[in-house]
Design a protein around this ligand. Structure first.
Ligand SMILES: C[S@@+](CC[C@H](N)C(=O)[O-])C[C@H]1O[C@@H](n2cnc3c(N)ncnc32)[C@H](O)[C@@H]1O
Length: 511
């Protein structure tokens, strides 16, 4: 009797999982989600962070990477274009999305990428082992049993030094967002059409916000914030973020405990600055440090920041992680930084786009940070940066200069002011006689897609001459031939230079 009911329960649960899996596939087949690059999931970014933590990850330019829930390939395809010596496998449940991914890969004649339309729970030994496994925007959107399969897959298919990147929705931040999601879900309960659901759901939130009588009420603030957030998003984002069948945010401590149950341990957040205690208010940082445990410390940080989202890096439990970041490791990286000198400051102060800053304690450090500012978005190896800075201040670099520069750069990295890289893309500065654009970006522009730059980011180009120029930059046309694309500009040569400069600043030109 006991055996029978247990078998019945398993069978029942399996058929339910199959049913919801089919439903999940249907939602993405009906309203495909146009996937995009996620910088923090790129193997170069992951490898650089892992190296900072004393790991020995596979080189990004000769690795094997699996992306589960790869959607239309917007994250995986740019990786495959930029790293031709590495192999990429993408798996997604939605046949419609995988078809779109395959045709883009074929248009680019990529031979180092394989897209498979299948349920991740069916993956077995035939898929092989990987140096990196990426799951962006998947974990929170699948049933708990599938979440466990994601962890199990990472444990089983990650090589010894392999690293998994799993993004996930977190509590307490999502508690607040769930208020809006549940109100919308309730209101659209009788509507089937995906677009009609989005509009009706948003309208309902607006009504709730308008008709909530107490202006000081926290509920009203929550609604207002959610409406503001959703109004900036495309329809497919709202459809999947707010209406997807599953959306299970977790407290980080529970996520980490479940990963641990599968033999995986927390390495870091892919957003390094979000894990550094010095970046948090003093009392929370003190409580986090006093906990003496990395997972508990992270949980404190989530409570103070009301965090909604994490991009967590995991590795095998057996790996030793050196969480004490030492500046000498900086010497092994290429460095890039989008900084600007603050002219109003008394000290030589460089400010990043996130508003954080770093102060140069010596002329050599000032010269190094100034050089990074000049060459952005291009990178420079640490040794070259040191020598260039020393030459600019007219001195040979002494040992203590190198140490001081490493310390400053480590501080800047923990504040997310600079980027470290092991295999950076070779970027053009716009001065080439026959400029060459990223061939992926040129194709994306021709097809009217979101444009991905060579830094594995969305390129936020305005709708101007630079965008028109992009598909023409195939490395065969010289400047004279490109002038025609400048339309009726008063000074076509100046307009062309400005457009090329803009493309270079957006990391869209190859060296
Ligand atoms: C929110 S989308 C994210 C897509 C993409 N990673 C991105 O960030 O744009 C979630 C993706 O996971 C896929 N998915 C859901 N359950 C799956 C499963 N069991 N096996 C494989 N893919 C699955 C969906 O088809 C969908 O493309």
């Amino acid at each position: 009797m006991h055996d029978h009911s247990f078998a019945y329960l398993i069978k029942h649960m399996q058929s339910r999982t199959d049913a919801t899996t089919r439903d999940v596939a249907a939602t993405y087949d009906t309203l495909p989600m146009i996937s995009q690059p996620w910088r923090h999931s790129h193997p170069d970014h992951i490898a650089a962070l892992a190296s900072l933590f004393g790991q020995t990850p596979a080189r990004p330019d000769s690795c094997r990477l699996l992306e589960i829930g790869c959607g239309t390939g917007g994250n995986l395809i740019p990786m495959a274009v930029g790293l031709p010596g590495s192999d990429f496998v993408g798996v997604d449940l939605s046949a419609v999305q995988v078809r779109a991914a395959r045709s883009m890969a074929a248009a680019l004649a990529l031979d180092n990428i394989d897209f498979q339309d299948r349920d991740l729970t069916t993956l077995g030994d035939e898929i092989g082992e990987f140096d990196y496994i990426v799951a962006h925007g998947v974990f929170s959107w699948v049933p708990a049993a599938v979440q466990d399969r994601i962890f199990a897959l990472c444990r089983r298919h990650l090589r010894r030094d392999g690293i998994a990147y799993i993004s996930h929705n977190t509590l307490p931040g999502w508690r607040q967002r769930q208020v809006a999601r549940e109100a919308m879900l309730f209101h659209v309960r009788h509507i089937d059409d995906p677009r009609a659901r989005i509009h009706a759901g948003l309208d309902f939130l607006r009504t709730l916000e308008k008709e909530n009588m107490d202006a000081r009420c926290g509920y009203r603030q929550v609604l207002k914030q959610e409406i503001g957030l959703l109004e900036q998003q495309p329809d497919f984002y709202i459809a999947h973020d707010m209406f997807e069948i599953h959306n299970t945010p977790l407290y980080f401590r529970d996520f980490a405990a479940r990963a641990d149950g599968h033999g995986l341990q927390y390495l870091s957040e892919a957003n390094l600055g979000a894990t550094v205690l010095d970046n948090y208010p003093r009392e929370t940082a003190r409580l986090a440090a006093a906990s003496g445990d990395v997972i508990e410390a992270e949980q404190y940080l989530d409570f103070v920041s009301n965090r909604t989202f994490r991009q967590t890096l995991l590795c095998h439990r057996e790996r030793d992680i050196d969480r004490y970041l030492t500046a000498d490791r900086i010497a092994g990286f290429h460095i890039a930084g989008k900084l600007r000198l603050d002219p109003a400051a008394d000290a030589v102060r460089f400010v990043g786009e996130n508003g954080r800053d770093v102060v140069a304690d010596s002329p050599l450090i000032a010269a190094a940070l100034g050089y990074l500012t000049e060459i952005w978005p291009r990178t420079v190896p640490f040794g070259t940066l040191l020598r260039t800075a020393a030459a600019r201040v007219g001195a040979a670099p002494a040992e203590h200069d190198g140490i001081q520069l490493q310390n400053t750069l480590l501080l800047a990295r923990t504040r997310n002011l600079i980027e470290l890289s092991l295999c950076p893309p070779e970027l053009g500065d716009g001065s080439a006689r026959r400029p060459l654009a990223s061939r992926l970006a040129a194709l994306q522009e021709r097809l009217g897609f979101v444009v991905t730059n060579l830094r594995h980011d969305v390129a936020a180009l305005g709708d101007g001459p630079a965008l028109r120029l992009l598909p023409l930059l195939d490395g065969r046309r010289d400047r004279q031939e490109l002038l025609a694309a400048m339309g009726d500009a008063a000074d076509p040569a100046a307009a062309l230079s400005a457009a090329l400069k803009e493309l270079a600043e957006h990391a869209l030109l190859a060296a």
